[in-house]
Design a protein around this ligand. Structure first.
Ligand code: ADP
Ligand code: ZN
Ligand code: ZN
Length: 735
């Protein structure tokens, strides 16, 4: 029987960033009459360390003997840094995803706030011209063109650092001009109105969506905006945001990739005369701190961010938008594994505001919610502004002579398009030169020492590299097994196709777009700007190119290896393939010129391939949904995994088996099914052996209860050295 603490004894319940599956209790700071605020930070001792905790509750009693409790050291905040809604959201997230609360709640703080420092000063968020800068002549800085360009950019008014960065300026430019007293840091947020310029005149379908979203402002509602690429979804967002601004409410916009923010930011800036901030990993910490705090104080009207921005503070949340809601980049794949889309829906519910999920190819989960009328479903089936839909064509490449992956038909089409002065976009989802390096004499294959995977051959610079753990080696001069010299590249990667394209199309520029060529924070935005100003050219890229970018001059899209996803072990493989084929097609002919999509495949009769040609997303997804239903896979019922990584090949499975056995002994819920221990599809990665248990069942709440029981058992187990386990709810990684 736990001893009841003294009635007068106040206890502070805290989330402390350590991998403990629970909250920690502390006694108030000694000699301090005042109590901390919930949602504020306090310094607490843990072992020999001092950590920044977040107060989640102030209690009158606890199960723990107060004599065993330690005292908090200092209260750091007078007002809550995490407001009650976000605090509830974070607690829900920790519980739903079964992740240690301390490691979850820190996501409600900016980097410096996590270190225990006060929130950032938002006063230095942007730059304006000084009087001197305003009087500067056009040619005064002709020898420093970037600085001159920065002066010109500021002529239209002050801009945030993020806006200037999106235009390609950097800290060196800021420093140089500040030193010459031509520009000065300003509190960009203070003197901006929340205003906007006249919108486009919306068509009937857009109007219906805008009206439904706007009339739901002030209450929770979930809207699915399903609209083919170029149908004017962004215009719907913009007009709904204007209505939220009119109510003096903020909007949070989540996007899957940093690469997508510059183009979006530009459109937002053109429309709104309101403070817009971005939040993503490409920002420096100082800027992230400032933007975070500007969102909290309400100085930022619009917050555009990647997945972790779903936890950003907002003073007056009015609207949440998740763009490209189907994109798996919205899923965090390590640490706390969460879906930013699903958390965003929960956030909207807790904040009592509407949320809009937008995509040309919504996830099957969202399509199911729309079909069952849990979400309001708005469809934009035609391209806005008079652009025509692309025509799609399959090319059966069986038996054809391919040149670096290109069929003669595709090459002919490309020549035609380029000679008209238009652009070509080719899609090949594999970077490097070739996915396999093998010995022609003995069959040896270059494999990663740490993973069950082959090493990819790269020529720029020359190396073999594993794309799963990053491990690389110099190119072998001869076969390590038979010492033969006939090492050959097998299969196709972007470097190889790029080489062939340069040879075959010497008169036009060829741009390769993959994570090797597009490293660096501004690479992608510089690239899209270049393309806008370029004439005929060929872009060749991985999935980086398939996502929401606008390439108005592209009229031919070729998919070189449509089959790779057909062979995927993931039950979502077909959904991903269908989305990808629909999305890449959306890059073609966005302006007035019609586009053509050419899909190369060895399986032209596969139901997904034919469906992509004939069906719109509604019927295509219905087809996919019925096959999921037949297999009892999500969105039917719930799915979770208890995953385990171990240095030793046997200990993972042994650990999971012990957990299962203990669980079976607790008279478990028979409606949930446990499968495993199983090896992951890639059984070894980065030197660790990977295994898991799959937990499924028709009822989400019961599956979650079973996962909780498993977690409780796993937490009580003694862990062998080099073993770690974690929970994956609604997993997005193959099982
Ligand atoms: P999506 O976000 O669905 O891909 P966009 O909002 O980017 O579509 O719109 C595609 C193009 O159509 C853009 O150039 C946009 O300016 C234009 N557009 C959108 N809505 C309208 C409209 N109502 N009238 C005229 N042009 C429009
Ligand atoms: Zn050999
Ligand atoms: Zn590897």
């Amino acid at each position: 029987m736990p001893q009841r603490p003294d009635k007068a004894q106040t206890l502070l319940r805290c989330a402390v960033p350590v991998p403990v599956r629970g909250y920690l209790d502390y006694l108030p700071v000694s000699g301090n009459e005042a109590l901390p605020v919930t949602g504020g930070r306090i310094l607490v001792p843990l072992g020999s360390r001092q950590l920044v905790g977040i107060v989640t509750d102030i209690l009158g009693s606890t199960d723990i003997n107060p004599a065993k409790l330690k005292r908090a050291k200092v209260y750091l905040d007078e007002t809550a840094l995490i407001d009650p809604n976000v605090l509830r959201l974070l607690a829900w997230t920790a519980d739903y995803y079964q992740h240690p609360p301390g490691e979850t709640l820190v996501l409600g703080l900016s980097p410096r706030e996590r270190r225990g420092e006060p929130p950032a000063n938002v006063q230095e968020a942007g730059f304006d011209l000084t009087l001197r800068g305003q009087g500067l002549s056009e040619s005064a800085l002709s020898r420093a063109p970037r600085q001159q360009a920065l002066i010109v950019a500021l002529r239209s008014g002050p801009k945030t650092r993020a806006e200037l960065r999106a235009l390609g300026f950097n800290s060196d430019n800021f420093r140089a001009l500040t030193a010459r007293a031509l520009i000065e840091p300003v509190d960009i947020f203070a003197d901006k109105n929340w205003d906007w310029r006249a919108p486009l005149s919306a068509n009937t379908h857009q109007n219906a969506a805008i009206e439904a979203i706007s009339s739901s402002l002030g209450q929770f509602a979930c809207h699915l905006l399903e609209g083919v690429t170029g149908s004017g979804k962004t215009e719907v967002y913009l007009q709904a945001i204007a209505d939220a601004l009119a109510r003096q409410e903020q909007t949070l916009v989540l996007v899957p990739e940093i690469g997508l923010t510059p183009q979006l930011l530009q459109r937002f800036n053109e429309r709104f005369d309101a403070p817009i901030v971005t939040l993503h990993s490409g920002l420096g910490n100082a800027e992230r701190d400032r933007n975070w705090h500007a969102a909290r104080t309400g100085e930022a009207a619009i917050i555009i961010g990647t997945r972790s921005a779903v936890f950003a503070p907002m003073r007056s949340p009015g609207l949440i938008i998740v763009d490209e809601e189907h994109d798996i980049s919205l899923n965090q794949q390590d640490g706390l594994r969460y879906s930013a889309r699903d958390v965003a829906v929960k956030r909207a519910q807790l904040s009592g505001c509407p949320i809009v999920l937008g995509s040309a190819t919504p996830s099957l989960e969202s399509m199911a919610n729309a079909t069952s009328a849990r979400y309001q479903w708005h469809r934009l089936t035609k391209r806005a502004g008079g652009a025509h839909p692309p025509t799609k064509r399959l090319i059966d490449i069986r038996g054809l002579a391919l040149r670096a992956g290109l069929s003669p038909q595709l090459e002919t089409k490309m020549t035609e398009v380029l000679s008209r002065g238009e652009q070509v976009l080719l899609f090949l989802n594999r970077r490097g030169f070739a996915p396999t390096l093998l010995c022609h004499d003995c069959g040896w294959i270059a494999e990663c020492q740490n993973c069950d995977a082959r090493q990819t051959l790269h020529k720029k610079p020359p190396r073999v590299q594993c794309h799963h753990c990053g491990q690389q080696n110099p190119l072998p001069k001869h076969c390590p097994k038979c010492h033969g010299h006939r090492l050959v590249a097998s299969g196709l990667g972007t470097e190889q196709t790029e080489q062939a394209l340069r040879k075959d199309f010497p008169e036009v520029p060829v741009y390769r777009v993959d994570s090797d060529s597009m490293s660096g924070r501004h690479a992608m935005s510089t690239f899209t700007q270049t393309i806008e100003q370029t004439g005929p050219c060929i872009m060749l890229g991985t999935q980086l190119l398939a996502k929401g970018h606008h390439f108005p001059k592209v009229t031919c899209v070729g998919v070189l290896d449509a089959d790779s996803l057909l062979m995927s072990p993931d039950f979502r493989g077909e959904e991903r393939l269908a989305q990808l084929l629909t999305q890449v097609g959306g890059r073609a002919g966005r302006a007035q010129k019609p586009g053509e999509v050419i899909i190369q495949t060895r399986h032209p009769e596969h139901p997904i391939m034919t469906a992509v040609l004939e069906k719109d997303w509604r019927s295509l997804s219905a087809q996919l949904l019925s096959s999921r239903e037949a297999q009892g896979l999500p969105p039917n019922g719930a799915l979770a995994a208890l995953r385990c990584d171990s240095a030793n090949p046997e200990s993972g499975a042994a650990f999971l088996l012990a957990v299962i056995n203990a669980y079976q002994g607790t008279s478990p819920d028979l409606s949930t099914r446990l499968v495993g221990p199983l090896s992951a599809p890639m059984a070894r990665r980065a030197g660790l052996y990977r295994s898991h248990i799959v937990i499924t069942g028709p009822q989400r709440s019961r599956v979650h209860a079973s996962v909780k029981a498993l977690v409780a058992i796993a937490s009580g187990q003694k862990l062998p050295k080099g073993l770690r386990w974690f929970v994956d709810i609604d997993p997005s990684e193959p099982l």
